[in-house]
Write a protein that binds this ligand. Structure first.
Ligand SMILES: Nc1ncnc2c1ncn2[C@@H]1O[C@H](COP(=O)(O)OP(=O)(O)O)[C@@H](O)[C@H]1O
Ligand SMILES: [Mg+2]
Length: 488
């Protein structure tokens, strides 16, 4: 069996998302599709899986030219795709999700479907409670359910589009094991990622895509520098961190206890100096978010004290924290930081602390134009937040940070951003820090943590497991610490 993608073109207006792509992949390969955000990976995969139709070109599986007019056509031909957010119907049970689009025309009854679910999932090494609501599954479990369903439907080619976003490190290891097993069984597994290490860990061959074109194909392993150069078109020089003298302690957490969901942080002590950048590392749900939310006034400590510049904020509200000079940028840009249907101008008006009753819209538009210019936002004053790309949403959030901030709290400030936007975000943040603002940020990106932090606080299982000076540690040690082990 082989999959041949032949001369695929697809454009969106002026954007050539697929610009003449040809790739051939053999049976049993775990093949990486690598490229930075916006390179055209998802577009190509959506064409393969029948979600988009190509402007021209062919997809050939096992010698047959496929008609891929819909996802159902693709699945019938043996091509299934897991999307960035696994398509699972949340209010339905595991069993009902599995049964969606049962193979063949024969309708199976629930007992039979249940048996099939058990059979296929145990072959894959997964375990499900069929009556659980999909809503209560983790992203990792939703992926497992989607894989089980696609395998049951007879997939020969399985596409995983950025499958590690939003899953824990343990789930990632599990997923990688599953992908290896699928390839060993003769499937073609396409693993789409913009993360080099993942492709290095997992894939036995790779295609690098840049600006809609195949720019490189190779059997792995390939030196990382080569892949980076192909992805970005130039070699990245990592700049050393500029040492900034730290000022007086600004934030003081003393014997804080925090309880939220499954997180129970106990007896947490932390001082952050003015101009200091503290990175929070750890598996998702290990306590980093609870700490950020407590510092932002969104989670009241069960005990202990929180002081900013000598003033107690332990019992203060979110507004109280804002007024004291704390600013929080949450991870879900649209969900928590920006409002759908509201324009850039309106966001900036909402963010300004000018409390006059009448809004001078003409002046507001002017401000918006300046901010758009200053922060290189691709949009107009009247663009809605949801119409902006991720990088531009993050720029808008940055432009909304007031001038006088003592403590900036950020959750995954560059997650999902292309390299250029991520670098821009940090240029802005480091400029704040040079003015004396303290920065605390959570990240799942070791490189980002090591590059920008002065100190790194590692959380494990709801505890502060270790604190390290960023200059005295490395990715390997952080890897151990995040997993709850000291490096031996
Ligand atoms: N539905 C769409 N409408 C308009 N432009 C799109 C659409 N989907 C993708 N694009 C554009 O096509 C380019 C490639 O996007 P995509 O395939 O999602 O890249 P990747 O998955 O590599 O990040 C980007 O410039 C993106 O903005
Ligand atoms: Mg994509």
């Amino acid at each position: 069996m082989s999959l041949e993608i032949r001369d695929i073109y697809k454009h969106f207006g002026p954007v050539r998302a697929s610009d003449g792509v040809s790739i051939t992949i053999q049976e049993g390969s775990l093949h990486g599709i690598l490229g930075e955000n916006g390179a055209g990976k998802s577009t190509l995969m959506k064409i393969l899986s029948g979600f988009y139709s190509a402007d021209s070109g062919e997809v050939i599986l096992n010698g047959d030219v496929l008609d891929l007019s819909s996802p159902a056509d693709a699945i019938a031909a043996g091509i299934g795709m897991l999307h960035q957010d696994p398509l699972v119907f949340l209010p339905m049970t595991v069993l009902d999700n599995f049964a969606l689009g049962s193979p063949g025309t024969v309708r199976l009854d629930r007992t039979e479907v249940r048996k099939e679910l058990e059979r296929v999932s145990s072959e894959l090494g997964f375990e499900f409670d069929p009556s659980r609501l999909a809503r209560s599954l983790t992203i990792g479990e939703r992926q497992q359910l989607s894989i089980t369903r696609l395998m049951w439907l007879g997939a020969k080619v399985l596409i995983f589009d950025e499958p590690t976003t939003g899953i824990s490190a343990t789930q990632r290891l599990q997923l990688f094991d599953t992908l290896r097993k699928l390839a060993e069984h003769g499937l073609i597994v396409l693993f789409v990622s913009h993360k080099l290490e993942e492709v290095e860990d997992l894939c036995d061959s790779v295609t690098v895509i840049r600006q809609g074109k195949v720019v490189y194909e190779a059997e792995m392993p390939v030196p990382a520098e080569t892949l980076v150069e192909k992805m970005f078109g130039k070699v990245f020089v990592v700049q050393g961190r500029e040492a900034v003298p730290l000022g007086q302690p600004v934030l003081r957490l003393a014997n804080i206890d925090l309880k939220e969901d499954t997180t129970h942080l106990e007896n947490l002590n932390l001082e952050v100096a003015s101009g200091e950048v503290v990175g929070l590392a750890g598996l998702e749900g290990s306590g980093q978010r609870a700490l950020l939310r407590a510092c932002a006034g969104l989670l009241e400590p069960a005990s202990g004290s929180l002081e900013l510049d000598g003033v107690s904020l332990t019992k203060a509200s979110y507004r109280g924290h804002l007024a004291a000079g704390v600013h929080y940028l949450p991870a879900g840009r649209l969900e928590e930081g920006l409002i759908e249907g509201i324009s850039i101008t309106e966001h900036l008006v909402l963010a300004s602390d000018d409390s006059t009753f009448f809004i001078d819209w003409k002046a507001a538009r002017k401000v918006a134009e300046t901010e758009i210019e200053d922060y290189s936002i691709k949009g107009t004053p009247s663009s809605s937040a949801e119409d902006l790309s991720g990088g531009n949403q993050q720029r808008l959030l940055l432009s909304m940070i007031p001038d006088e901030v003592k403590l900036l709290l950020l959750e995954h400030p560059t997650r999902g951003l292309d390299v250029e936007s991520a670098a821009y975000v940090w240029t802005r943040l480091l400029a704040r820090r040079a003015e004396g603002t303290s920065v605390i940020f959570a990240s799942a990106d070791l490189d980002e943590l090591l590059r920008y932090s002065d100190r790194i606080v590692v959380f494990f299982a709801g505890e502060v497991f270790a604190v390290r000076d960023a200059s005295g540690t490395d990715g390997e040690e952080l890897g151990y610490l995040i997993g709850g082990k000291e490096r031996v």
